[in-house]
Design a protein. Structure first.
Length: 422
């Protein structure tokens, strides 16, 4: 199940408090929030966008002076370390950008840029998408905005496409455009029940858009959580794509009304003690890899490392991350070659299975459980019991391959930061 987090804006301008919470959706009839911490400051501003970059363990976020989606003049760009929330840093020296009318902005970890919409016409006919880098350099992109300009909600980026959502009546419309190609269009999903307001959303790593409605379009204030399956194999889906109503979200947290909700999501990885097979036939712990290391693939070919993605293990006051532990030789002789731990949903297989069936051989790690030599436990307990030395979790993005070998097991590599490829 996807882990969801949110920033809850509580209070009114001058006294707004920004609470970071995890969202427990295990019981859709009783969705609840678990406090992670508070982002200090910004008592006169609302969050309008948040994107987690696990490579830097930071949330990149945008703020607005207004909670209204039709009266935004400027946005303010920052980052904060996660999960401790202790260090807040302006994104760039001149971290305020003019946007006008609609709070449409998102951070793209793939190129380290904020993308934001300029709209100088109330009807949306003077619309363009700009980028700004951490040096404060602003560039007007060539993104085709002929469809996106019809949306007055936030922007999201997934696998080199930018998306914008709109909720006309009892349907969702998702507009999209290629960041690096001229593709553009819109797709529709009929929904039931009809949400009370516009939708704000975030992609998970599988390309599912999770959305919650904007509070000030509701009467009375309420929040409904949806899943929009608006991508297929990493690309925009076709009409009519599927949507799912998840449940009603709380409008009260710690006895205070929630004024605004901004969603973000984490990543998934293998334990940092895992050893990866390199091109020179040596083993190196994944937590010690560098971009200069070259990985050996199951078919004997080599692959360069494009990105090493570290993931946190757990956040304060929230249940520890589950992992599947494989004892040495628990699958077959020398597989794994040493004790190994991996996230429950991560695809894996043996080398022989991969050489025979390729990617068709992959299974989710949790399907191997036998409750004896292969079992599920939290990473905190794994460390406390000395099963594995304390370490965080990692995944790899490779330039010329989608697989690597760790502890003599074939592991599915990520396709990109945003799109896992599984």
């Amino acid at each position: 199940m996807t882990s969801l987090y949110a920033i809850l804006d509580i209070g009114s301008p001058g006294s707004i408090v920004h609470k970071v919470v995890s969202i427990d959706i295990s019981d859709p009839n009783n969705i609840s929030y678990v406090l992670v911490g508070t982002i200090s400051g910004f008592a006169d501003k609302y969050f309008i966008s948040a994107t987690l970059n696990p490579t830097s363990s930071k949330i990149f976020f945008a703020l607005s002076d207004s909670d209204s989606n039709t009266s935004v003049d400027n946005i303010y760009l920052y980052s904060v370390t996660f999960p401790d929330l202790l260090t807040i840093t302006p994104f760039c020296a001149s971290n305020t950008v003019y946007i006008n009318l609609n709070p449409q902005v998102t951070y793209n970890p793939a190129d380290h840029l904020f993308y934001y919409a300029i709209n100088n016409d109330p009807l949306g006919y003077d619309y363009a998408v700009n980028t700004i880098d951490d040096g404060g350099n602003i560039i007007v992109t060539s993104i085709d905005t002929s469809y996106i300009q019809n949306s007055n909600n936030g922007l999201q980026i997934f696998n080199n496409y930018i998306y914008a959502t709109y909720r006309p009546g009892n349907s969702f419309t998702v507009y999209y455009a290629g960041l690096n190609n001229p593709t553009t269009g819109s797709i529709i999903s009929l929904i039931e029940p009809q949400p009370p307001g516009q939708i704000w959303s975030v992609f998970d790593l599988n390309g599912v858009l999770w959305g919650t409605t904007q509070y000030n379009a509701s009467s009375p204030s309420s929040y409904l959580l949806y899943q929009l399956h608006c991508t297929t194999n990493g690309m925009p889906a076709s009409d009519f794509f599927l949507s799912q109503f998840v449940g009603l979200m709380p409008a009260i947290f710690e006895e205070s009304s929630v004024a605004n909700i901004t969603l973000f999501v984490p990543a998934a990885c293998i334990h940092g003690s895992s050893t990866v097979l390199l091109a020179n036939q040596t083993q190196k712990q994944i937590s010690q890899l560098t971009l200069s290391d070259i990985v050996r693939c199951p078919n004997g070919e080599h692959a360069r490392i494009k990105q090493i993605i570290p993931c946190w293990n757990n956040v304060p006051d929230y249940p520890s991350q589950d992992m599947i532990v494989f004892e040495k030789d628990s699958i077959c002789q020398n597989t794994p070659s040493e004790r190994f731990a991996i996230d429950p949903g991560h695809p894996m297989c043996t080398i022989d299975e991969y050489l025979k069936d390729g990617n068709l051989a992959f299974r989710r790690a949790k399907t191997f459980i036998n409750n004896e030599t292969i079992y599920c436990d939290t990473i905190d307990r794994i460390h406390e019991r000395g099963v594995l030395e304390p370490n965080i979790r990692y995944d790899l993005i490779l330039e010329n391959s989608d697989v690597y070998i760790a502890n003599n097991i074939v592991i599915k590599a990520r396709r990109s930061f945003k799109y896992p490829g599984y």
